[in-house]
Design a protein around this ligand. Structure first.
Ligand SMILES: [Ca+2]
Length: 242
C-alpha cells in the first residue's frame, strides 16, 4: 500500500474490471492478505500534474491549505542554505521533514523555488481538502484504497513489486525512490532526488505510470490494519462516475 499525501491521486480514463484480489505487505501492517471486491471504474493513467493543478487554480481562484497556512513540510535535502535559515521546526520522529515558511505547491521547496520547469511533475503540497476541491472541479473523485491497489497491480498477482519480484529487473530502475543511506545521502541513481515527471519509467500492465514511488497520493478512505475484506469500502454508490 502507498501512504497517501501531498498529491491528489485522481486517475481516470481507462476501464479496470471488477475482480477479487489480495492486499498485503506484513511489515507495514498490511497483512494478512484479504480480498476486496471492486466494481468497474475509471482512473487516470498518471497523477495530477502541476500544469493541471495550476489550471484548476486559474479557473477557480482556489487557495490551497499550504498557501493559507503560510508554510508546509519539505524534505531537508531539497531546502537551500538560505531557506534553511528560515525553518521553524521539524517532525519530532522524522526530523528530515522541515517546516518551511512559504512552501506550497508553487514553491515546493520554499520561496526561492518554483515549478516553471516542472509543469509535467506531480502537484505537491496538496491537502486532502485541496484534493477534493480539485476533484470537484475536474468532475472526478479520489480512488478508494481498493481501487488504487487494483489499478497499481496492473494485472499481476502476489508480486513483491508492481512489475514483478525484482526491484531492478535487468539493472533498470522502475520507479523513483531512495538510493543510498537514508536520510542523508541520496545517490539518485534513478535520476531524481525529488519528484519525477508523471510519465517516468515503464507503465504497468494497465498502462498506469508511477503507481509506486515518486510521491504519496491521496485515496478516499482511511487505511486500517483491522479492516476485513469486503465490498470496496471507500466508495459510496452515489459517488461513482464512469
Ligand atoms: Ca530517486
Amino acid at each position: 500500500m502507498r501512504i497517501r499525501k501531498p498529491h491528489a491521486g485522481i486517475r481516470q480514463g481507462i476501464d479496470v474490471f471488477c475482480t477479487d484480489f489480495g492486499i498485503g505487505v506484513p511489515q507495514d501492517g498490511e497483512g494478512p492478505v484479504r480480498e476486496v471486491t471492486v466494481d468497474p471504474f475509471l482512473i487516470d493513467p498518471f497523477g495530477v500534474t502541476n500544469e493541471s493543478f495550476c489550471e484548476f487554480v486559474r479557473q477557480t481562484g482556489y487557495i490551497t491549505d499550504a498557501e493559507q497556512f503560510g508554510w508546509s513540510f519539505v524534505f531537508h535535502l531539497l531546502v537551500s542554505d538560505r531557506t534553511a535559515e528560515t525553518v521553524t521546526g521539524s517532525v519530532p520522529q522524522a526530523p528530515w521533514w522541515l517546516a518551511v515558511p512559504g512552501a506550497d505547491g508553487r514553491h515546493p521547496e520554499g520561496l526561492d523555488s518554483g515549478i516553471d520547469n516542472r509543469m509535467n511533475h506531480p502537484a505537491v503540497h496538496v491537502s486532502y481538502r485541496d484534493a477534493l476541491a480539485y476533484c470537484n472541479w475536474a468532475g472526478k473523485r479520489l480512488p478508494s484504497e481498493g481501487e488504487w491497489e487494483f489499478a497499481a497491480r496492473g494485472g499481476l498477482e502476489s508480486k513483491k513489486y508492481l512489475w514483478g519480484d525484482e526491484l531492478m529487473p535487468d539493472g533498470k530502475h522502475e520507479c523513483n525512490i531512495w538510493q543510498g543511506e537514508f536520510p542523508m545521502h541520496n545517490t539518485a541513481s534513478d535520476g531524481y532526488v525529488g519528484t519525477a515527471p508523471v510519465q517516468s519509467y515503464s507503465p504497468n500492465g494497465y498502462g498506469f505510470y508511477n503507481m509506486s514511488g515518486n510521491v504519496w497520493e491521496w485515496c478516499s478512505d482511511w487505511f486500517t490494519e483491522r479492516r476485513a475484506g469486503h465490498q470496496n469500502p471507500g466508495v459510496r454508490k452515489r459517488e461513482w462516475r464512469r
